[in-house]
Design a binder for this molecule. Structure first.
Ligand code: FES
Length: 85
């Protein structure tokens, strides 16, 4: 039986019609993960709309077990910095 590797830390980003418009966030996370050598530690997953569109864009930080709403680039930086520590 083969084993599946899972990342230590995962960010679940909503890719629904409202949240998915915020492409800058996904680009930011991908860029930071690559630049800071976090590829083996942090992985981004897309998730479908969870009916919280009023709070778009939303994401779930699995490592901290925390939901974030109306995420902007400043919050994104704080989220990734917490994931690094
Ligand atoms: S589009 Fe993200 S919660 Fe609906």
């Amino acid at each position: 039986m083969s084993e599946i590797e899972f990342p230590k830390k995962a960010l679940f980003m909503c890719n629904g019609s409202k949240c998915g418009k915020h492409k800058d966030l996904k680009k930011y996370f991908k860029k930071v993960i690559k630049e800071q050598g976090l590829k083996n530690e942090v992985e981004i997953f897309k998730m479908e709309c969870s009916d919280r569109c009023k709070c778009a864009p939303i994401l779930y930080d699995q490592f901290a077990n925390q939901w974030h709403e109306k995420v902007n680039l400043s919050q994104a930086e704080k989220i990734i910095n917490k994931m690094k520590s």
